[in-house]
Design a protein around this ligand. Structure first.
Ligand code: HPA
Ligand code: ZN
Length: 341
């Protein structure tokens, strides 16, 4: 095997955690058409190719419009299970051993789908992923930041009976114009319930949104966060406070957050001493699952096996798993890297 082939084999074989995946963003065009037929929903696209051709994005909002429309085919508990199950089958092939998965209940409850329908299907898939693939899977409920605080509180009320079936809350959707402070009271209520918190910040938004996520929402991880490099004092704070960033390279290229993969700041983030991780965000829309994110980014940035080990280690350490679970995964990672060397 050539050296690049050996590195790619390591990138795919090494145990890893995925901490930034929107399950609705794993809905492939083929499954969108299958579910549309099953639920007798008319789609404004002739076929899978026509739908895929619509995946040409200019910014975050242009993607979100297509993403929310795609999620409209999800109706039944089985639909939510099938979507998540397809993700787990794909993730298992990339040796994802732990996944903390975002879901957007408001996208569904606003269409008349019951909260229970959503979480029942997703949670059943998480249990089965553990059984069938040994993947430690858990759910993080995201609030849509383009909606208001009242809507977020209403969603938290709907979630209350299911509090044991998700581990934390997140904040996603349109970042510009929707600073984290808007959700300060909701996140305080979630914290009081013992839920973890993560926040999308610094994808398109300014460094001040990352500070807001830390100060107002007490975010334990920052999703994306790549804009932090515009603010050296913030970089120092993220390093000192050991706040992990869940970075999504292929997403950043597709949504024009960066001009090209070769100009992606992942290497800079690592060299600044930050706890960066690699993630797929919305793999059905952005052209690749976790393995492809690793392989393509490593080629573009000329990263090596040392970076691979650091990123995989970061992914487990930044997870919300129990220390014993982290230890088990980290030991398996060490063994895998040892065999490579
Ligand atoms: N950013 C914000 N909201 C999202 C994203 C994203 O990349 N993907 C799905 N919802
Ligand atoms: Zn995201």
């Amino acid at each position: 095997m050539t050296e690049p082939d050996r590195l790619n084999a390591l990138l795919l074989a090494m145990p890893k955690a995925e901490l930034h995946i929107h399950i609705e963003g794993s809905l492939e065009p083929e499954l969108i058409f299958t579910l549309a037929r099953r639920n007798r929903i008319a789609l404004p696209y002739a076929d899978v190719e026509a739908l895929r051709a619509a995946y040409a994005f200019t910014n975050l909002q242009s993607f979100l419009d297509v993403y929310y429309a795609g999620a409209g085919v999800l109706q039944t508990e089985q639909d939510f299970f099938d979507m998540a199950w397809a993700y787990f089958e794909r993730a298992a092939r990339d040796n994802v051993r732990l996944a903390e998965i975002f879901f957007d209940p408001q996208t569904h409850t606003d269409r008349g789908v019951a909260f229970e329908t959503v979480i029942d299907g997703l949670h059943r898939a998480c249990l089965q992923a553990r059984e069938s693939f040994g993947i430690d899977a858990s759910l993080i409920m995201c609030f849509l930041r383009h909606l208001d605080e009242t809507a977020a509180f209403a969603t938290l009320e709907q979630a209350r009976p299911h509090i044991g079936r998700f581990i934390g809350v997140g904040l996603d959707s349109s970042e510009l114009g929707h600073p984290p402070e808007k959700f300060e009271r909701v996140f305080a209520a979630c914290r009081a319930l013992g839920l973890h918190s993560v926040v999308h910040a610094g994808e398109e938004g300014p460094p001040s949104f990352i500070r807001g996520a830390l100060d107002a929402l007490h975010a334990e991880r920052i999703d994306h966060g790549v804009q932090c490099l515009r603010d050296p004092a913030l970089v120092q704070r993220l390093r000192d406070e050991r706040i992990a960033l869940t970075v999504c390279p292929l997403s950043n290229v597709k949504l024009k957050v960066v001009a090209s993969l070769a100009q992606h700041p992942l290497r800079k983030l690592l060299e600044a001493g930050l706890i960066a991780t690699v993630n797929s965000d919305d793999p059905a829309y952005f052209g690749g699952y976790l393995g492809s994110n690793f392989v393509e980014t490593f080629a573009a940035l000329k990263l090596d096996a040392g970076h691979a080990q650091a990123l995989a280690r970061n992914s487990f350490e930044a997870s919300f798993a129990d220390p014993s679970v982290k230890r088990r995964h980290l030991d398996a990672l060490e063994a895998c890297v040892e065999a490579y060397r």
